[in-house]
Each structure stands twice: as structure tokens, then as C-alpha cells.
Design a protein around this ligand. Sequence first.
Ligand code: N01
Length: 540
Amino acid sequence: MPNQSESDATQMDVLIVGAGFAGLYQLYRARGLGFKTRVLEAGTGIGGTWFWNRYPGARCDVESLDYSYSFDEKLQQDWTWSERYATQPEILRYINHVADRFELWPDIQLNTRVARADFDDASNRWTVRTEQGEIFDAQYLIMATGCLSIPQQPRFDGLSDFKGHWYHSADWPEEGVDFSGQRVGLIGTGSSGVQMTPLIAQQAQHLTVFQRTASFSVPAQNEPLDEATIREVKVHYAERRARAREAVTGHYLIANDRSALSVNDDERRAEFEFRWRGAGGGFRMLRAFNDLLSNPQSNRHAADFVRSKIREIVKPPEVAELLCPKDDLPFGAKRLCVDTDYYQTFNRDNVALVDVKASPIIRITPNGLQTTEREYELDAIVFATGFDAMTGALMAMDIRGSGGQSLREKWATGPRTYLGLAIADFPNMFIIAGPGSPSVLSNMVHSIEVHVDWITTLLETARNKAVHRVEAAPAAEEGWVRHVNEVADKTLYPVGNSWYVGANVPGKPRVFMPYVAGVPTYQKIIDGVANNNYEGFALA
Ligand code: N01
């Protein structure tokens, strides 16, 4: 309905932006309470992150049996994951299955990007305008816009003159890309670059990886899930989910509650080895000792262990050295990469690693890429340059709260929220997994369920009490921002230059955005707020 007028705006009780895991579950819950609800989604399909990130090797770094909805017992019994870590296509199939199963489609509107949202103090409602010219009038606006949904677009001189094709990891062609016979350049060595390197190397004639900062990566130890394992998990699924709720990251990983400094060198190495190989790989390494992210010396032991592994795996010593992260990046302070054969790939004859910190990229040329040292001839360039994380999607919209207050202005020096869920002066608006909540430091699907359940209970309470306006108090927000920073400052997280602090986006204020105290602590806090008549909120 293009160019709709405000007077015939489409009326909604609850308008949700984004049809990923968060938006779909919020739709299911809000609709279940009889709210007139719609999800607006910019993509041509649902799935959010899992819709856009189709690059070769894209797969989740949280195990499939945990990275899935827990709200419906029959769903988790009926669905069967094929691998320990699910691939992007399998996750997308799952999300579409959920939409089919719960008949969510009639309330999902695709190809619709929200441009602007204005809160009206007189009616206590939001007017939401889309880029397609539609207008919605909604009592509640719920942002399920994701933490990693605005790709950091390549800003290299000369890109428009490049004669080959170029791609961004987070905007991958639906039909896929065949790199056979091509010389491919890959820029970026975060999780996306690390996952795609082995697969592109297998297909392309030659791959050059342009690395600015070496990441820490640990093996996923991915494997097919056999029938016996699946059967066992399904019999005890409720217990698995309960354990996940009690785990710091919202998915249970065997944790060692000792300091890395309390054991001798042999014991420490054995523990790290167990995590690398035996215990199942992946994020288990972060739980090897209880102070890896709080004690620099303990952290150094973990970093040294991974560096020793890189030197063991990668044959050319100069390549191994270049792949070893430097001391200014504490282990785990930037999201740990979880890979399959990443380091091994640098032993292939058709793969080269280029240090673009030492010799920065100057420009893209018609035939390839020019660094301060030389030109590299390329047929295709892949940008795995990451995202404007956590705030990007919200700041991309022009959101105006009470009194016309602009979110872009309010957050100019960094995001400020109450509980990562609400923003003072932006009444009746909620963010799912927003900055100031555990979000990206946790199993996102679990954190999404926590937020959606909490928001849904609040909406129901407001309706029962004939409340029309729900608003975070400025003092509560102030206190929460202080608390989030205090907790983070006790850890090594803010030290690393990562997207957690916005360091990857030129000009972005340096603020540590997620809440590090862990999922169970956070859950206790938000439950306490709810049980205390929504302390810190004004309900009117
Ligand atoms: O992005 P990143 P990502 N010149 O920001 C480099 C999730 N995720 O898409 O570090 C040269 O981590 C940049 O270098 P530097 C996961 O949470 C999950 O890989 O800024 N290089 C860096 O190496 C992850 O953490 C999964 O010096 C440039 C890279 O690009 C998050 O998404 C899979 C550059 C960006 O790394 C983001 O991961 C994928 C330039 N101008 C993603 N600009 C799984 O579930 C940037 N870089 C497994």
C-alpha cells in the first residue's frame, strides 16, 4: 500500500520489526495473547541473520541442539538436527518450518523496510513509516532487528572500477557463487572470514587472505549427530534446557571452576588440550578455567596455548607467526572464532596470507587490489568486514521518541538502555537482545526467548491494568548503564579492539555494549524488576 496517508494508517497493537528468531517468537507470543500483531521484514524471506549470511561455510558456533527454540516441547521433539553445528541452510529450513508449523505467515510482511518511527505523546502510540510508503499506527513497537544485521560496507577507493565480482559475507547472492578457476581475494579474518576460508580455498584456483588483525580460532570438532545421541537428548531435553538456563552463556558447556593459576603447567596444558580436542571443541575453551577473561596472566596462558597450536598446525613458520594473534588482543575479548580446518588451509599451495596491517590496502584496482607493497591480481573479492554491530540497525532508522527526541542524537556517544530492553524517552518501545543485555555473549536463541517472554508478560500486565504507556525512567537507565560498565570493567572484554566496543566502525564511540554478568544473573535482575511492579519503569 504505497504512499498511505496518516489518517488511514494500518492499526496494530504490536508492531515488530525483523523476522529473525526474535521477531517470529515475539509474533507467536503477542498473537497468542490476542494482540493484533504484524512483523515487518526488509528481506524477501524470513530468518534475519540466517537469511542474509549465505557465504560458503556459514554455520552457527553454538550447538544446534541448544541454538533452537525451547518454547514448544513438540517442536523440539519433532525437529532433528543433522550436525553438532548446524549450517546456515539447515537453520533457515528450521526457521521456515517454525513459521509453517505455527502458521505465522499471515502476519509477516516481507520486502518492507522501516524508515522512521515517531512516538505521539497525546495518543501514546507509534507512527511507523516504511521505505515502501506504508504507514502503521501501533501501540507497541518491538525492535527485533538483530545485533549483527547492518553489514560494514567496503569503503575502498576504486571498487566501482573493479572488473571482477565482489561480495559481502552478509549479503551473499541467493544462488551462491562458483569460484572455480578464479583468483579470489578475501578481506577480513573474523568469524565469517575464518569460516569461509577453507571452503573457498577448496574451490578457487587461488585464494589470498588479506589479514589486518589475526583472530583466535578454535576447532569446532563438528560431526554428524547420530541417532543415539539425538534420542538421548530428546528424552532429557527439558533437563538440557534447564541446565542451559543456569549456564553463564545460556547453553551448558562443561566448565572448570578453578583459576588457570591454581594448577601447574602440565595440568593447565592438559585442560586446554581436553577443550581443544576431547571435550567437543568450540566455546568450551573459554570455560577451561574460571578467570580467563578476568585475569591477564590466566588469559595469557590460553592465548599462548592457541598460539602453540597455530605453530604446530601451520607449516611455513612465517605464516604461522602472522596468524598468531598479538598480545594486545586478549583471548576471547573479541568473539572467539570456531572453525573447521582454518589453520590447516594455510598449508595449501593455492592459499596465501598477506599482512595488511604492515602493508595496508591502498585501493581496489580494475584488476585486483593494491597494497602499499604491491598489486594483487584478482578475479573476485570477498569482503568479510563485519557489521555495525548492536546499534547499527536501530540507528539506521530515524526513531523519534517522546517530545520528538531522536535516538540517533541520544545514542551519539554510545547506546544507553534500561536492562537492554527499553530506552528512557522512548515509551512503548522494546528492543530484543539490545545493547546492555547479554545478547551476543550468550546463546542468542535463549536470550531471545528470555526477552520475548519478559516483554510479553509486561504487555499482558499493562493490558490487564489498563496501562497505555510504559516508559523506562531516566534514573533507572542511568543506573543500568553504570552497572553494565562497572561489570565489564572488571573483565578483559573492553580491552580488545572488537565490534563489542564498536572499534571496527570508523568514528563509532568506544563503548562496551553487551552485559557480561551472564544469563542467570541477568534473568534474576529482570525477573526482580517485574516482580517489583516493574521497578524503574513508569506505567501510566
Ligand atoms: O566480522 P568481524 P565477522 N581492511 O568484525 C576486517 C558473528 N558471526 O562478520 O579486526 C582490512 O569479526 C577486520 O579487521 P580488524 C560473530 O559474533 C558468527 O567475521 O578490524 N580488514 C576483521 O578481521 C562474529 O564475531 C558466526 O583489524 C578489514 C574482519 O574484517 C560477528 O558475527 C559466523 C577492514 C571483520 O571481522 C562478526 O563476524 C559469522 C579493512 N578496511 C559471524 N575492515 C558463527 O556463528 C574490516 N576488516 C560462527
